[in-house]
Structures are given as C-alpha cells and as structure tokens.
Design a protein around this ligand. Structure first.
Ligand SMILES: [Zn+2]
Length: 441
C-alpha cells in the first residue's frame, strides 16, 4: 500500500546537458520515499491521490546558502557599497533582533521558499534555535549553522553554537542537520577558525562559511597573512570536515584544486554578487575542475527574493555572457545546480535532488498552463528561462504536502505578515555604533 500517489505529471530527469522529460508518469510514495515511478500505477493501491495531470514534477529545489530571516530586511538598503551595506545598515539593524523576531522572519522566508519550490535550505544566521523551530514547523529540510564571529568573547559564542548543534542535529525526524557557522575569514582569525575546525571534528559535523565574496577580501587576506582566503580555511583545518563555501567568487588558481581535493561544496549566489557589485563565481571553471557547485539565494536583504529557479536562470545567463560562449551551462546542467548538485553540496547526494525510486519524496509540482510556458517544445528550457515562482502549485517534503494548489499548509501566511509588520519600526532603527560587527576589508 502506498501513502500517496501523484497521478500523471510529466517528470523532469536531469542527466547530462539535456533535461529529459518523461511524459505522464505516476509517482508512488511510501514511508517518506519515492517507491515507484511508472506510466500507470493502480490507484487502488494508494491511500491518497494528487491529480497532477498537465503538471511537471521536479525534484524539490535546494538552496545551499541563505539567511532566511533576513526576509525582515527585504528592500531596506539598495545601491550602496558592500562596506556601507554591512556597517551602516545590516549589522546595526541586526543588533535589534530578538529570537522571536528571527523566528517570524524565518517563517516569512520559508513561506516564500516553499512557494517557489524550495524543499531544503542551508541557513546561516543568529538565534538559530528560533530558525530550527521555524524549519521544524514549516516541514522543509534545514542544514542550520549559527553564525559566529571571531574577536571578543568568541570562545563563549562558539560554545553556544556547539550546544545548538548538539540540541538540534538529526531533529525533526532527521530533516534538520546542524553544522558550525564561522562567519568568514575576514571576521575570524586563523586561530579561531582552527578552534572551530576542532569542534566540528569532535562533533562530527560540517562547517558553512562565507569566503572570497569580493576581490578586496582576497587582497586583504594576502596582505595580512600571505594566504588567499581559501588557503586560510584549508590551513586552519576547516576542510577536514564537510564544508560549504558560500560565494567563493574569487578563487586564485591554486584555490580550485584545494576546493576539489577536499570535496568542498560551493554555494554560488549570483544575485547578491551582482547587486553588490562583488563579482560572480567562475562556475563553469569550477565544474570543469570537478567542484560541486550549488545555488544560494543568500538573504533577501541583498537578493530581495528567495527563488532558486531565478538563481539558476541568472547563473546560466551570466556564465554565457561573461565567457561569451552560449554553449556553457546548457539547460540540463544549469537545472542540475538547483537540484542534484545542490544536494551534493549539502552532503545529501542520491537522497534528495533527483526523482528516482528510493530517494526522499521531496517534490515540487508546477502548473504548465500559463501562456509563458506554451508551447512545450522543451520543458526544461521553459523551466529554466520562462517559469515564474508562481507556477509552483504543490510542494512535498518526505511525501508530506507543505503546499497544495498554492495554499501553504504549515505556515499561516497572514499571521506571519502581521507579526513581521508589528516589529518593523523597532527593527529598522539604526545606531551604527551599536552594530554587531564591522566590515573593514
Ligand atoms: Zn551570506
């Protein structure tokens, strides 16, 4: 007996440069996993049926770098330098945050992610117990890392994140994994990074960290330490455990080999990089070097949205544009960054990110009846270049519907927006002298 049968969607399968689409197959789900995919499965074998005729089933999308609760600050700061973005706006406003603010901000971000087909997110923020509660409630998968800076009281702050890891790793039926989250090599000394690496090894968890977001960070690291930021991470022992390198937009030639040899996954966040004028990771070069590259939305304070299909579109266009080569990142490969490759970055390859029997039933169903998706000569191309997040109709994680017919089932959207609205006046007060950190690059 199956728990659920998804009836007759077309099915996206990503293998190589082309996006293959199977027409009208049934997907049977049992015990949180895909049990069978076949042209026709007996409806009588399922407790529940979702009719998905005319829809497209895709693997749930993977967001490999986010600050979900920063949805609170969407649109608050535009058209400024990275230093002003941090020092005059974001870090002063983050000094205002309480755990409850973070909880409601996370629910707002998670609601938007579910509405755009995202089923797993690697989140890096503060008050992570509140984010974990939000992830538990929302029903998505979360790889959660508590941001910690070096400097004063860093050891105590790190200890707080260690107890967070112990409290939440494996929680929510295994949907939550918790890692350590040192902010970056420009806010943490090599000694502190080495301490974090030791703790991660002791806990047997990975590390999620920002690195080489803009060229000035690389220049500053070389001037101060005679090392690139990636070399600093490697020499501090961070790559002894699974690692997500967020951005990694400016690797020096030897850095790519370090990332590859140590199995470090890169979370590429092109929209933030473009908006803040920081430069975008050389994704084609990274993939040729054998590095796992996934896509991240980063926070909505810099991205303004939490949409991985938009991110996939941006990176495909950017790489074709930058390299002046329309053949790089073909449709299937660009879509794989949002799915299978993202799962690799999170250390969940072959478990999520593909639609195959035996994998977790993390699935998004998209409507195909809008004019922008017609005709359907190439559904993969429509998905990459023409779709809107609003075309996502239904989202399941571990076979459990989190949204059906665009109705969220685990988050009360109007309550979340009310709660966020009541907090706004206090949250956007800015006292730069009270900022939580200083960007000095
Ligand atoms: Zn970030």
């Amino acid at each position: 007996m199956y728990d659920l049968l998804i009836r007759k969607p077309a099915l996206l399968q990503l293998d190589g440069p082309n996006a293959q689409v199977l027409s009208a197959h049934d997907i049977a789900i049992a015990d949180e996993r895909i049990a069978a995919i076949a042209p026709a499965i007996d409806l009588g074998l399922a407790r529940e049926v979702i009719d998905a005729q005319g829809m497209l089933a895709i693997p749930g999308l993977i967001n490999t770098h986010a600050h979900t609760a920063m949805a609170l600050f969407r649109g608050i700061v535009e058209d400024v330098s990275p230093a002003d973005w941090f020092n005059q706006y974001i870090w002063p406003m983050e000094a205002n945050l309480t755990a409850e603010d973070v909880y409601w901000g996370a629910l707002l971000g998670l609601a938007e992610m579910i509405e755009s087909g995202i089923t797993a997110v690697a989140d890096h923020y503060f008050a992570m117990d509140a984010i974990a509660r939000a992830v538990e409630q929302a029903g998505v998968r979360g790889n959660l890392a508590w941001t910690v800076f070096g400097g004063m009281e860093a050891t105590e702050a790190l200890q707080r994140t260690v107890t967070f890891v112990e409290r939440w790793n494996g929680a929510a039926g295994g949907r939550i994994t918790s890692w350590l989250g040192p902010h970056s090599p420009y806010t943490c000394t090599p000694d502190f990074l080495a301490l974090v690496a030791q703790q991660a090894q002791a806990l047997n968890v990975g590390i999620h960290i920002h690195v080489a977001e803009e060229p000035d960070q690389v220049r500053a690291a070389v001037a101060q330490y005679g090392r690139t930021p990636v070399q600093l991470l490697q020499e501090s022992g961070l790559f002894m455990v699974p690692a997500i390198a967020a951005h990694a937009a400016h690797p020096e030639p030897g850095d790519l080999e370090l990332l590859r040899a140590n199995g470090v996954g890169v979370a590429c966040c092109p929209k933030t990089s473009m908006k803040l004028g920081m430069g975008v990771a050389p994704v084609v070069q990274m993939r040729r070097a054998g590095i796992a590259v996934g896509l991240g939305t980063d926070g909505a304070a810099s991205n303004n949205s939490c949409d991985i299909l938009e991110t996939a579109r941006l990176i495909a266009l950017l790489q074709k544009h930058t390299l002046r080569d329309p053949q790089v990142l073909p449709v299937g490969e660009a879509l794989s960054l949002a799915t299978r490759e993202g799962a690799r970055v999170l250390g969940m390859a072959d478990v999520v990110g593909v639609l195959e029997p035996g994998t977790c039933a993390d699935i998004a169903l998209l409507r195909l009846d809008s004019t922008r998706l017609f005709p359907q000569h190439n559904l993969g191309a429509n998905l990459l270049y023409s779709v809107h997040a609003g075309d996502v109709d239904t989202v399941l994680v571990a076979g459990r519907p989190l949204m059906r017919a665009r109705q969220l089932l685990t988050i009360d959207k109007s309550q979340v927006m009310r709660e966020v609205a009541t907090r706004m006046a206090r949250l956007i007060e800015r006292h730069p002298e009270r900022r939580i950190q200083t960007y000095t690059v």
